[in-house]
Design a protein around this ligand. Structure first.
Ligand code: BTN
Length: 271
């Protein structure tokens, strides 16, 4: 039986220089949302690299106001505080960059091939195993903060998944067929996020977005994009430098910065 997530095991495995080393790191057995707590720490002046972990979230949230299923010890629920000193792009571009880091970390620690679905979905075997929620907490403008929330499903009990999500939600131990150590994953994510973030802070955003293209399960596919005001159908052809999805439609090209997309897979189903 592998260890449950714990800070001392995680600390031993950590190879990053800054991310994950803060004395302000927190691990909660139960918390509403690690993003909410991390934003509070940001407002209190916590240093870059501070991480809030939860073993269980009672109000875990995803994009577009959705709930993020966070049963106890079933996933990695972590929020990393960054304090960018350079313009590293808009939230969609940062979300894509963190997606690259997470995909690399899962591959490095499990060998599983991960796909990235615009804008924040971590995909394995055509199902969602994780997501990213980047938020900018309000507060002192002289000390900008970025909260990067990462949720990865590792060992779900199928009974915890509502019926309407059963064919969409997946977890790493199911894909692997073996146990998988969340401490190892968390430490590797810190290293990979640090690499991507450092690159983006030093003008490397285009290179990071090229890596996203290589992991993409969106580009070249038929997509349906739903925003609060309309639906756009077409073929996803690229992403822009600020992370927008470029879709070729019957009426020309559209750049989408928000909303939700469904991607048509090889089997004809929508992901
Ligand atoms: C999404 O796919 O819509 C994003 C999901 C992000 C979930 C993570 S879990 C840790 C952090 N805390 C939250 O409340 N949300 C993020």
């Amino acid at each position: 039986m592998v260890n449950k997530f714990n800070l001392s095991e995680f600390g031993v495995l950590l190879k990053s220089k800054t991310i994950g080393h803060s004395p302000a790191n927190e691990l909660h057995d139960v918390i509403d949302s690690t993003n909410t707590r991390c934003a509070e720490l940001a407002r209190e002046g916590a240093p870059e690299g501070t991480i809030v972990f939860g073993r269980q979230q009672t109000a875990g949230r995803g994009r577009l106001g959705r709930q993020w299923l966070s049963p106890a010890d079933s996933g990695l629920y972590m929020s990393i505080l960054l304090r960018p000193t350079a313009a590293i792009g808009e939230l969609p571009a940062i979300t894509l960059g963190i997606g690259v880091a997470v995909a690399k970390a899962i591959f490095a620690t499990s060998g599983l091939r991960i796909g990235l679905k615009w804008v924040n979905d971590i995909i394995c075997d055509d199902r969602k195993v994780g997501g990213i929620l980047a938020e900018m907490p309000s507060g002192d403008r002289s000390k900008p903060a970025l909260v990067i929330g990462i949720g990865i499903n590792t060992r779900f009990d199928a009974n915890d998944i509502p019926d309407e999500l059963k064919d969409k939600v997946y977890w790493l131990e199911a894909a692997l067929g073996t146990e998988y150590d969340t401490n190892v994953l968390a430490a590797e994510i810190c290293q990979q996020v640090e690499d991507v973030y450092t690159s983006m802070q030093h003008g490397g955003t285009r290179k990071v977005l090229d890596e996203w293209r290589a992991f993409s399960v969106t580009l070249g596919q038929e997509v349906i994009c739903t925003t609060p005001s309309r639906e756009v159908r077409g073929t996803a052809i690229d992403i822009s430098d600020n992370g927008a999805l470029i879709v070729e439609t019957h009426n020309g090209r559209e750049e989408l910065l928000g909303g939700e997309i469904s991607v048509r897979t090889a089997t004809g189903n929508y992901l």
